[in-house]
Design a protein around this ligand. Structure first.
Ligand code: ZN
Length: 368
C-alpha cells in the first residue's frame, strides 16, 4: 500500500503555505495530494487559530485573535474513484498529538458568550496521554485526540443552499457568518467570494467537534464532488461533549487516515455517520465511574418557561456545573474552561413538556 504525506511548516501561517491547505469549503479548491483506496495518508495539521496562540501569548492578545483565519485545514485529498453519490469511509488510524495545547475564551464567541465577555487562556502540557496545566491545578485530562474539523468538499448545489439558509438564519438574528474574503485561503478570485466558512458543520461534515472520532472510529461521509476532496484540521487533545467555551484542548497534530468507497451508497445519507467496535476512550471516561452531575430545564432567570427549549436547558445545566466547580475553588472562567474540555452534556429526556432536561456530567477521575 502506498503512503502519502502532506507536511507543513507550523512556524508560518497557512496564508504563507497555501499549497498545503485551505480555510474555506468550496468544490473548486484543488487537491494537494491524491491517493487510492487502502492507501495510508498522513496529514500534518495546524491548530484552529493558525498559530495565533502559544505559551507566550498574553491574555489581551487572545481577546484580539483574528477569527477570519479559522479553521486552517490540510488538504484536500483526492481519492481516486470516488464520485458524487458514493459513500466515503474514513478510517481514522491515528492522531499524534503535539506537546502543547491551549484552551481560550474569545469575547463574542462560545456558548455562554453573554455571561463570559472577557478573554481567558489556559496553556496545557501534553505528555504520556494526559494534559496538565499550571493554570488549572488539581486536574489531569485524559487524552482522546480527534479532529474537530473533518469533511469533504460540498457540491455547488450544497454550497448555494447552505449560503442561502445561513443568510436567512443571520437575518433572523442568529449567529451565522456569510462568505468573507478576509483571511481566506485560497485568497482572491471567485472561490474566495463564494466559499463557505468553516465554523458550522454541514452535510459534508466540517467542524463537527465530535469527540468520539478518535483513532479506530470510522467516519462515513457522502461524496459530493469527483475525488471526494477530503480535508481535516483543528485537532483536539480532549473535549467535553459540549465544547462550551468555544475551544477544546486545541493543538497541532499528525492525522493518519485510510479511505474506502462504497459506490452509490452516499446519496441516502443526510449527513455524517460514525461507528466503531470498542470503547473510544478507557471505559471509566467513556462512561464515568465516579461523577458529579448537574441539571437544567428551560426556565430563564426571570422565571419565564421557554417550552421545549433544549438550548436553554443545556445552558442552565452548564451554569449549574460552573457554580458547583466554584464550590471546589475554581474561578468562573476556569470552571467554564474545565466544562469545555471535560464535561459531557447529555439529553436526559425531551418529552416531559414543557421541560426537557439536560444533565451535565463531570468525571471525578480527572481530579488528582
Ligand atoms: Zn478546535
Amino acid at each position: 500500500m502506498a503512503s502519502h504525506e502532506v507536511r507543513i511548516d507550523s512556524s508560518r501561517p497557512l496564508a504563507q503555505q497555501p499549497e498545503t491547505g485551505h480555510n474555506r469549503w468550496h468544490p473548486d479548491i484543488p487537491a494537494v495530494v491524491g491517493c487510492r483506496e487502502g492507501d495510508e495518508v498522513v496529514l500534518e495539521t495546524r491548530d484552529a487559530l493558525d498559530g495565533q496562540v502559544g505559551p507566550q501569548t498574553a491574555v489581551q492578545q487572545v481577546g484580539g485573535a483574528d477569527l477570519s483565519v479559522v479553521h486552517p485545514l490540510t488538504g484536500p485529498v483526492h481519492v481516486e474513484g470516488a464520485e458524487p453519490g458514493d459513500l466515503l469511509i474514513v478510517e481514522i488510524l491515528d492522531i499524534e498529538p503535539d506537546s502543547y495545547g491551549f484552551t481560550v475564551q474569545i469575547p463574542g464567541f462560545g456558548f455562554l458568550r453573554d455571561v463570559f465577555p472577557d478573554p481567558h487562556k489556559i496553556d496545557w502540557r501534553i505528555a504520556d496521554g494526559w494534559a496538565t496545566s499550571p493554570d488549572l491545578s488539581g486536574v489531569r485530562i485524559p487524552g482522546a485526540p480527534f479532529m474537530g474539523t473533518i469533511g469533504v468538499a460540498p457540491s455547488r448545489d450544497l454550497m448555494a443552499r447552505a449560503t442561502a439558509r445561513e443568510q436567512a438564519a443571520a437575518d433572523g438574528g442568529g449567529l451565522a457568518l456569510p462568505p468573507s474574503a478576509e483571511g481566506a485561503v485560497p485568497a482572491g478570485g471567485p472561490i474566495t467570494a463564494e466559499a463557505l466558512r468553516t465554523v458550522p458543520p454541514r452535510e459534508n461534515g466540517g467542524n463537527v467537534d465530535i469527540k468520539q472520532l478518535v483513532r479506530g472510529t470510522r467516519l462515513l461521509l457522502p461524496v459530493y464532488v469527483p475525488g471526494a476532496l477530503f480535508s481535516a484540521g483543528d485537532a483536539h487533545f480532549a473535549q467535553g461533549d459540549c465544547e462550551t467555551c468555544g475551544t477544546a484542548i486545541e493543538m497541532r497534530a499528525r492525522l493518519h487516515v485510510r479511505f474506502s468507497v462504497r459506490k452509490g451508497e452516499g446519496s441516502r445519507l443526510r449527513g455524517p455517520r460514525f461507528e466503531r467496535d470498542d470503547y473510544f476512550v478507557s471505559p471509566e471516561y467513556a462512561a464515568p465511574r465516579r461523577f458529579l452531575a448537574t441539571t437544567g430545564i428551560p426556565v430563564g432567570p426571570d422565571d419565564e418557561n421557554r417550552a421545549e427549549d433544549l438550548t436553554l436547558a443545556a445552558r442552565n445545566a452548564l451554569l449549574a456545573m460552573i457554580e458547583l466547580l466554584g464550590e471546589r475553588g475554581y474561578s468562573r472562567q476556569q470552571a467554564y474552561a474545565l466544562c469545555s474540555v471535560a464535561v459531557d452534556l447529555k439529553i436526559s429526556q425531551v418529552v416531559d413538556a414543557p421541560n426537557p432536561l439536560v444533565s451535565a456530567f463531570l468525571s471525578l477521575d480527572i481530579f488528582t
